[in-house]
Design a protein around this ligand. Structure first.
Ligand SMILES: Nc1ncnc2c1ncn2[C@@H]1O[C@H](COP(=O)(O)OP(=O)(O)OP(=O)(O)O)[C@@H](O)[C@H]1O
Length: 249
């Protein structure tokens, strides 16, 4: 059984059917990319999955648990974390404090049997381990707002990872990055694959083809096709509606 399933999701904005009976599965350990032209409904779909928008119909199941009626916060507790296109970082706090807040939120009362000192130590260790993973160890004491764009994106990712997700939603993690930062982000995301499944929305097709085990193409709110990179590159209709001849080579 798939780790994550969206079944028959529908979202209408007035007369516009932005999400038209979308079904999508993400397997454990998989990086599943969602691509499609502007206005195809990618952000709407991710908002339905993370719970920022209520669906008009359909259901969402993660690891056998139905999330459809849950708030975004409850979905995060159930194992679904999201990285935002617009950063959720506290800009006036240090990277360390941002990470501490996130790991504290995840830990909840799980350290209550420890002394205060030991609990604080455990939280610091988790925060530092996250910084290490995401290449932020050198900038732990910096104010988050002073970080360059690429590092802020990494901090965003680290904050989402603090929730220890089973499924991570990444909404354009390479947006606004130069080639060097993009490549580092690609390596970072690839390194997460064993730890969490990923649903990735990304316009950078090089990154998508490097990362994705499976790609779903959304057009006018519907899934046109799903498959691996070779399938997508060879799909005539995908080329016609979205990719042009760009992927032929
Ligand atoms: N809150 C809203 N109210 C009305 N229409 C909306 C709303 N949000 C999105 N839409 C419309 O729904 C359709 C899908 O938009 P959406 O932003 O999900 O597409 P997208 O694939 O994410 O686009 P992009 O790649 O440009 O971010 C578009 O026609 C958009 O204008």
């Amino acid at each position: 059984m798939s780790l994550f399933r969206a079944e028959g999701l529908v979202k209408r904005f007035g007369g516009l059917l932005a999400t038209d009976h979308v079904s999508l599965a993400v397997e454990a350990g998989e990086i599943h990319a969602l691509i499609g032209p502007n206005g195809a409904g990618k952000s709407t779909l991710v908002n339905l999955i993370s719970g920022l928008l209520p669906a008009d119909a359909g259901r969402i199941v993660l690891d056998g648990v139905e999330l459809t009626a849950l708030t975004p916060h409850a979905r995060t507790r159930a194992g679904l974390a999201r990285c935002f296109q617009i950063s959720s970082v506290f800009r006036n706090d240090s990277v360390r404090d941002n990470l501490l807040l996130a790991v504290q939120a995840q830990a909840g009362s799980s350290f209550r049997c420890l002394s205060r000192r030991d609990a604080e130590h455990a939280l610091q260790e988790r925060a530092e381990a996250l910084a290490q993973r995401t290449g932020l160890a050198e900038v732990l004491e910096r104010n988050a707002g002073t970080l360059a764009h690429g590092l802020q994106k990494r901090l965003d990712l680290a904050l989402a990872l603090a929730a220890r997700p089973r499924l991570l939603l990444l909404d354009e993690p390479m947006a606004g990055m130069g080639p060097e930062d993009s490549q580092q982000m690609v390596a970072l995301i690839r390194g997460l694959a064993g730890e969490t499944a990923i649903l990735l929305i990304e316009h950078d097709m090089d990154a998508v083809f490097q990362l994705a085990d499976r790609i779903s193409v959304l057009v006018y709110g519907k899934v046109l096709t799903s498959g691996d990179a070779a399938h997508i590159k060879g799909h005539a209709e995908v080329q016609a509606v979205y990719l042009g001849t760009e992927v032929a080579g």
